[in-house]
Design a protein around this ligand. Structure first.
Ligand code: SF4
Length: 370
């Protein structure tokens, strides 16, 4: 009969790479149908090529992997360990975690990192906000509420990672920032008109002029592929969101990028490319880096941002570095977001700190008190 002579439709597609095995997934980045083994191979190989092409590491280097217990840093720790072994990178790898002191979130995720320490055989160092600054995020939120908590947390984390890296005596810190994160940051910096950060946010290595550079081996790795990799490999990671996470503006950018990705998966890479191609006009005045008079951390102001925020907390004036109040740094170059001459900032005049200091994590207005 005619019906019997037709080939039966199995519904199963073959992997487009090996053409042998049944495809197990559609790669979010390329939409290719691929089997699990080929997915692992291409995922790892792409990261290896990014490491080689950008010379992220040198043989013999000590590398701290910023480890939160989340999917990105867990996959990074796993893949870097694998590649280090497979390709003889000759790296000494460590896990470095920051304990912000968030009960019900970070305490649980740190348990995951402690298990990763054993699973991957990587020594773990944990630095805490309580030890470094005398405050936990729980205490900070109790004082300031849920409005600017991520400002404090972001500024403190940046320094905490550097201080932990210095304790470990590492040459570089590798972070799990993925392609989606970087595309989001490009978009946010455009929306905020933050030229200083826009020019740096797509760099695969940052802080080369500082004590310990940072690198992003996942710069071109899609978040969805990291999730798939972690899921199929059954990696042990923590997937709960921070209980203090109200970051609506970033969330909006994230949703927008996810919408674009649905229509055109390449959109993520295109946004990164656009960010890379932005050139800062030579007439744009960039801040000069110095060191904080108080703690010695890199800063383009007299006090670094963490010291300003800490002073506010310790004086019971948590909005000192955030709201419309008296600031501690007076060498302003910008007023209300407009570039102006330093000498034209008058006593009592508001100026936007975010435009002055590229290390700033927030948009505060200070009153100049020179
Ligand atoms: Fe810190 Fe905010 Fe992230 Fe929570 S969401 S860990 S408070 S930066």
């Amino acid at each position: 009969m005619e019906a019997d002579s037709k080939p039966k439709k199995s519904g199963a597609r073959l992997c487009c790479v090996c053409t042998q095995n049944r495809a197990a997934l559609k790669r979010p980045k390329t939409l290719e149908q691929i089997c699990r083994e080929c997915f692992y191979a291409v995922f790892e190989e792409e990261i290896h090529q990014v490491i080689l092409e950008n010379q992220l590491f040198k043989p013999g280097e000590r590398i701290a992997i910023g480890a939160s217990g989340g999917k990105d840093s867990t996959v990074l720790a796993y893949v870097l360990s694998e590649l280090n072994r497979r390709h003889n990178y000759g790296l000494d790898l460590f896990l470095l975690s920051v304990d912000e002191g968030i009960t019900g979130y970070r305490d649980d995720s740190l348990e995951t990192v402690k298990r990763n320490e054993l699973q991957y055989g990587l020594p773990l160092k944990i630095v805490s906000y309580k030890d470094l600054y005398g405050w936990t995020m729980d205490e900070i939120v109790k004082m300031i509420g849920l409005k600017n908590n991520c400002t404090f947390c972001g500024v403190f984390r940046r320094q905490a990672l550097d201080r932990g890296a210095a304790l470990l005596k590492v040459d570089k810190v590798a972070t799990g920032h993925n392609a989606d994160d970087i595309a989001e940051t490009v978009l946010l910096n455009i929306l905020r008109g933050d030229i200083a950060r826009l020019s740096r946010c797509t760099s695969i290595i940052t802080g080369e002029d500082g004590p310990i550079p940072r690198c992003k081996p996942f710069k071109y790795t899609y978040e969805k592929e990291i999730v798939m990799y972690a899921y199929f490999k059954k990696l042990d990671y923590f997937s709960t969101e921070c209980i203090y996470s109200p970051n609506a503006y970033r969330g909006f950018a994230r949703e927008f990028i996810k919408d674009l990705e649905r229509i055109r998966p390449r959109a993520i890479l295109d946004i990164i490319k656009s960010g890379e191609d932005f050139r800062i006009s030579t007439t744009t005045k960039m801040p000069e880096q110095g060191t904080c008079e108080r703690c010695g951390y890199i800063s383009s102001q007299k006090w670094c941002k963490a010291c300003v925020l800490l002073e506010g907390l310790n004086r019971g004036l948590p909005k000192l570095g955030i709201g419309r109040t008296q600031g501690l740094n007076s060498d302003a170059k910008i007023s209300n977001g407009m570039v102006i001459q330093e000498e034209s900032v008058q006593e009592g005049q508001l100026f936007c700190t975010n435009q002055v200091n590229p290390e700033d994590q927030f948009f505060g207005f200070y009153i100049c008190k020179k």
